[in-house]
Design a protein around this ligand. Structure first.
Ligand SMILES: [Mg+2]
Length: 298
């Protein structure tokens, strides 16, 4: 497969990710009103602006286009440059500090390591941008894992922050390899078996124990990103992706109903489910999403 064909796959995932991100962001607000809009399936009117999830995924796509792999030094510079150019994308406070430091020439290894008393971040920011990595390297399992880890570690030194990125990239790779699949349980199992041990993997194992089409409340109890960490975001998101693996709009309505960190949960799910050949990102949703500043060839 040529690098261009791989990039096309990554962009397909990015379209799902960015639409999910921008869609989810439209559902912040007073909880009762938000739940009512979700219940009625009210597609948000007007322009949907994307957030840091998309901005950083675009940075990864830029590096993949330039190098054909995740070059951490280049990725750190790209993230810092994009942050400098537009700080108002809803970056978390920790991410802002790290990106500012990298922009000030602090080596990314140090900037990413010194937060949270030297443990590094286990936030969901590595996971939120990882689906296109899985789409790009879909046919090489070892590469999906390595490249996803690299894409996270520039800002997330904690192993579980990286495990979240690995899980999401693996899920996107699974759907890319099995574009006709309707077997969400198989996806969850395949991913959980390959994710490094830690809180995110344990959450995935709990998600696997739930009936896929049972009450959503049990999946919501896994956590929907209230702590913005990988372990309380990725298991719910992957459960939603598995439950709605062949239906993009349903996947978005289901995921956003979990509330929580909804731009990020929807971004994760969107980047995975967009790889299914059984469904499409609705054209009107793509149109509603703010245009993505594509790099040279795109
Ligand atoms: Mg965001």
């Amino acid at each position: 497969m040529t690098p261009t064909e791989r990039l096309t796959r990554a962009w397909r995932s990015l379209d799902g990710l960015s639409v999910g991100d921008a869609f989810g962001e439209k559902f912040f607000g007073p909880e009762r009103a938000v739940l009512e809009r979700i219940e009625k399936r009210e597609v948000p009117p007007g322009r949907w602006q994307y957030t840091d999830d998309t901005e950083m995924a675009l940075g990864i796509a830029e590096v993949l286009e330039e190098r054909g792999e995740v070059d951490c030094d280049l990725l750190a510079d790209v993230f810092a440059r994009r942050f400098r150019n537009n700080r108002y994308r809803g970056y978390g406070a920790t991410a802002q500090g790290i990106l500012e430091a990298i922009g000030d020439k602090v080596p990314w290894e140090l900037a990413a390591r010194r937060v949270f008393n030297g443990e590094g971040s286990q936030g969901n920011g590595g996971a939120m941008r990882a689906a296109p990595v899985g789409a790009y390297f879909f046919d090489d399992e070892a590469k999906v894992i390595d490249e996803a880890r690299k894409s996270a570690q520039v800002t997330h030194a904690h192993p579980d922050g990286q495990a979240g990125a690995i899980a999401v990239a693996l899920a996107a790779a699974f759907v890319s390899r099995n574009p006709q699949t309707r077997d969400g349980d198989a996806m969850l199992k395949w991913v959980a078996q390959r994710v490094p041990d830690g809180p995110t993997r344990r959450g995935l194992e709990r998600a696997m124990g739930l009936p896929l089409h049972g009450p959503l409340s049990r999946a919501i109890a896994l956590g929907t990103g209230q702590q913005v960490i990988s372990a309380d975001t990725v298991p719910f998101a992957l459960f939603c992706a598995a439950r709605c693996i062949d239906d993009f709009p349903l996947a978005m309505w289901t995921t956003v109903a979990g509330l929580g960190d909804r731009d990020t949960t929807c971004a994760i799910v969107g980047g995975i489910v967009a790889m299914s050949d059984r469904t499409k990102v609705p054209a009107e949703w793509l149109e509603a999403r703010e245009l993505l500043g594509r790099t040279s060839a795109w």
